[in-house]
Ligand binder design. Structure first.
Ligand code: SF4
Ligand code: SF4
Length: 136
């Protein structure tokens, strides 16, 4: 059976320049489509990709990633903002790799576009009043 899933991969600093993703093609017969790639302020690599192939190959590829030290996250998680807690401080704007936060020039408030969110969780740690919440 073939599968195709959108996942978020986080590479610790020691793995950022290793050819890990290319091995998914070479050794595990998987196809990938990178939707987003960036390096976070603490130099962790963040990659959002669609990974597809046969179920067994997919499972083995995911196991390989996990054993190598890559953290894997499904995009089925949902990140929301608790409007009562947000102070519109703006700390999340530069942290978010997809530009889900914007400063409204008129109201001076920070807007949050859930449609752009990839559930990478970076804003959750960065938000001083803990307004960003992760739901499963
Ligand atoms: S960091 Fe938190 S409190 Fe500040 S604007 Fe973003 S969501 Fe609101
Ligand atoms: S979890 Fe936060 S930082 Fe990550 S994409 Fe969503 S809004 Fe942006």
């Amino acid at each position: 059976m073939a599968v195709s899933k959108r996942i978020v991969l986080r590479f610790p600093r020691r793995l950022v320049d290793r050819p890990i993703v290319s091995r998914l093609v070479k050794d595990y017969n998987l196809d990938f489509n990178i939707l987003k790639a960036s390096v976070t302020p603490d130099e962790e690599g963040l990659m959002v990709m669609e990974l597809s192939g046969k179920q067994d190959d997919y499972d083995n590829g995911i196991r390989y990633l996990a054993e190598t030290g890559v953290k894997i996250q499904s995009l089925s998680q949902n990140v929301t903002r608790n409007e009562e807690r947000c102070t519109y401080c703006g700390a999340c704007i530069t942290i978010c790799p997809t530009g889900a936060f914007e400063l409204d020039p008129v109201s001076r408030r920070v807007t949050f576009d859930n449609e752009k969110c990839l559930a990478c969780e970076l804003c959750i740690k960065a938000c001083p009043p803990r307004a960003m919440e992760l739901h499963f």
